[in-house]
Design a protein around this ligand. Structure first.
Ligand SMILES: [Zn+2]
Length: 252
């Protein structure tokens, strides 16, 4: 995961949202809807928004990557889904709140299962869970760590033990970012979309680059800063860019 610098809601999107909220029926839905009301909220109000416009804007802010797993997504509804960070079924206001919307990949649910049970991630895994892992919280996102085996985790120095446990639960159980795991945290199967392998490969690629620079006597802070700058300037950014940025941040 990587920090999303979202900025304010663009005016055209806000006008679209305001127009939906002015429609008949909005006031009848309570802040915390029941299942039937949540269905109405989605179909009559949220689905009536100009999704292409919202997805385009969000993807620009997310540099073309899934907000959770950092895989590259295309700007179409086959590849990407507009995801409610705080579940639509649990808050009417946040169902149509720009700050609450992100683009997620399809998490493997679009893949052919071939008769086996798919290991899902991201939006497909999260469903209606409320999570604390917040892509708008820069300090929290800067404390996401990666290991050479592809695992994603939260830094041991971040927050209290209770907070860390909660965030680990989010990463593993609610978002499925470490694939299928045992109770002790060991990974037994990657996700359908192979994100553990993707992060492992990105980690190794960046490690190899650093080693190479070191051997050539070119490993300087300046060179590292340049590499960080290059990775952040890509548009769209490459999949798993956060892993490479992490490896670089740990160098020198
Ligand atoms: Zn994803």
């Amino acid at each position: 995961m990587i920090f999303v610098d979202k900025g304010p809601c663009p005016q055209e999107i806000q006008e679209d949202i305001d127009a939906q909220k002015a429609k008949d029926g909005w006031d009848e839905i309570p802040e915390i809807p029941n299942a039937e009301q949540a269905k109405r909220l989605r179909e009559e109000f949220f689905d009536a928004l100009d999704k292409t416009r919202i997805r385009t804007e969000l993807l620009k802010r997310q540099h073309g990557l899934c907000v959770y797993c950092m895989t590259r997504v295309e700007n179409d509804s086959d590849s990407a889904v507009i995801e409610h960070w705080y579940p639509l079924s649990k808050s009417k206001q946040r169902a149509l709140q720009y700050a609450n919307l992100f683009v997620s990949c399809r998490g493997g649910e679009d893949r052919d299962a071939n008769g086996h049970r798919r290991v899902l991630c991201c939006d497909a895994k999260k469903e209606d869970s409320i999570i604390q892992l917040d892509p708008l919280n820069k300090d929290m996102m800067d404390n996401i760590v990666y290991y050479s085996d592809g695992r994603i985790d939260i830094a041991e120095s971040y927050g209290t033990r209770i907070v860390r446990n909660q965030l680990r639960q989010n990463l593993q159980n609610h978002l499925g970012l470490n694939g299928k795991i045992l109770n002790d945290g060991s990974i037994i199967s990657d996700t359908e979309t192979e994100i553990v392998k993707g992060r492992r490969d990105a980690f190794k690629e960046e490690r190899d680059l650093i080693e190479e620079l070191e051997q050539m006597g070119e490993l300087t802070q300046e060179r590292i800063d340049e590499e960080i700058h290059n990775l952040l300037s890509q548009n769209p950014r490459e999949s798993f860019v956060g892993v490479k940025l992490f490896v670089l941040s740990q160098t020198l």
